[in-house]
Ligand binder design. Structure first.
Ligand code: GP9
Ligand code: MN
Length: 415
């Protein structure tokens, strides 16, 4: 009947991180472009593969005067992969421990980032050249109040411009930039890339660096498709400039989930010059890059905070001057002075600036040495509480009882 929501609401209110006054509304009114970087993990950033730079453009953004680069950011997805990352970013809630929330709870009431932006005058859309029903997107996007889905039918897709899963990222970005010129501003476009997806195949003409030489064809090809993804982003930025859309936009880009699973640990150990990949290493390998690029801001910096996808909704909305203090969200604004360096994974693992908890072992993060479980215990408990609250909200469809405008339970719920 909604009464469970009282406890969750109390927790959310008590754990809120105060807004950073200096950052709140700093980029008011800009278009918002959020790019999901398919399968991109942090280990390739500012790294080489047999002497080849893998992500030259993204590397340049890591010390760019207009880019906030998060160097300790993590995905928090489960089996729902890309769709989980979308869910987390839109709602600042976790996906589910089983299955994909996009499928199982696509009809729920949500208070998405898109809904908030829509209320603030934004035209909200998702751009992704796949069939609309993949991951049940066509259904849940209605519940997320996304105005328009530019799906495969909005793109010109031919044999020549597709590979692997479909339209290649370079033509995807070129065509998307063109579509953006037709949009009413300000707009919020969430773009989902595709080429850097397992099995990581490219056409000959798109190969820019050689394969790696491990026993894993998957990891060997991964560097090549990542290199292609990097190139596509560079081209997208140029397109935005050409079309006059660059200066008035803010471009947020994050890795959606891992690309290299633990099945390739042997090859990863070889690449990372380690004897083996332990549970500790695997947890830290879940780091994905996050770039918040604000053309002309001159405020770029490397932000050395531990954060995750769940933090994006409040972080982004606050930069655009949209209050979230009444929202039922579990993330914290990354720019808040009170932001806690604590990232919970969907499976209960967690990372802080000092600890890593994985495989039911508590590790000292700096040394990788196993330490007493009691050091991790308070975080283990909080991780399980937050995951449980998130599950309760989703399984009970509790947001239908909640009025985010006032922060109150809807009248009559508890009677
Ligand atoms: C499919 C694309 C890939 O449309 O988003 O999904 P994934 O397999 O990475 O979840
Ligand atoms: Mn994906």
């Amino acid at each position: 009947d909604g009464s469970e929501l009282v406890e969750v609401d109390n927790y959310v209110q008590a754990n809120q991180a105060a807004t950073n006054e200096e950052m709140f509304g700093k980029y008011n009114g800009r278009n918002l472009i959020v790019v999901s970087l398919e399968s991109l993990q942090s280990f390739v950033i500012n790294n080489e593969m047999n002497g080849e730079v893998v992500t030259p453009f993204l590397n340049s953004l890591t010390n760019d005067q207009d880019t906030y680069y998060l160097n300790d950011f993590y995905h928090q997805t489960g089996l729902g992969k890309t769709s989980d990352s979308e869910f987390i970013v839109e709602n600042s809630l976790f996906g589910l421990g089983r299955g994909a929330v996009f499928f199982t709870h696509g009809g729920n009431t949500y208070n998405s980032m898109a809904e908030k932006l829509g209320e603030n005058g934004y035209f909200t859309n998702v751009m992704h050249s796949n069939n609309a029903s993949f991951w049940n997107r066509d259904m849940i996007y209605k519940s997320l109040n996304i105005d328009k889905f530019y799906d495969i039918n909005s793109y010109e897709v031919t044999d020549e411009n597709s590979v692997n899963w479909g339209l290649k990222d370079i033509p995807f970005f070129e065509q998307s930039a063109e579509l953006m010129t037709q949009m009413e501003q300000p707009f919020y476009s969430r773009m989902i890339t595709l080429t850097n997806h397992f099995p990581f195949t490219l056409d000959e003409e798109d190969i820019m660096i050689p394969e790696y030489n491990s026993n894993s064809g998957t990891l060997n090809r991964y560097f090549q498709t990542v290199r292609y993804l990097d190139e596509s982003i560079k081209i997208f930025f140029e397109e935005l400039k050409e079309k006059g859309l660059y200066d008035n936009s803010i471009i947020v880009m994050y890795g959606d989930h891992y690309g290299i699973s633990e099945n390739h640990n042997k090859a990863m150990a070889m690449y990372l010059n380690k004897e083996e990949i332990t549970a500790y290493d695997s947890a830290l390998l879940q780091s994905v890059p996050l770039f918040i690029h604000v053309p002309g801001s001159g405020d770029g910096q490397v932000i050395d905070k531990t954060a995750g996808q769940i933090d994006l909704r409040p972080t982004i909305l606050h930069l655009l001057g949209i209050d979230t203090s009444n929202d039922m969200q579990l993330g914290e604004d990354i720019f808040s002075e009170e932001h806690e360096n604590f990232v919970i994974f969907r499976d209960g693992r967690f990372v802080t600036d000092e600890l890593v908890y994985a495989g039911e072992v508590c590790y000292d993060r700096a040394t990788g040495v196993e330490i007493g479980i009691e050091v991790c215990q308070p975080f283990i408990d909080r991780a399980s509480t937050e995951l449980q609250y998130s599950d309760e909200i989703i399984n009970g469809d509790l947001l239908r009882f909640y009025d985010a405008k006032t922060g109150n339970l809807k009248q009559g719920v508890l009677e």
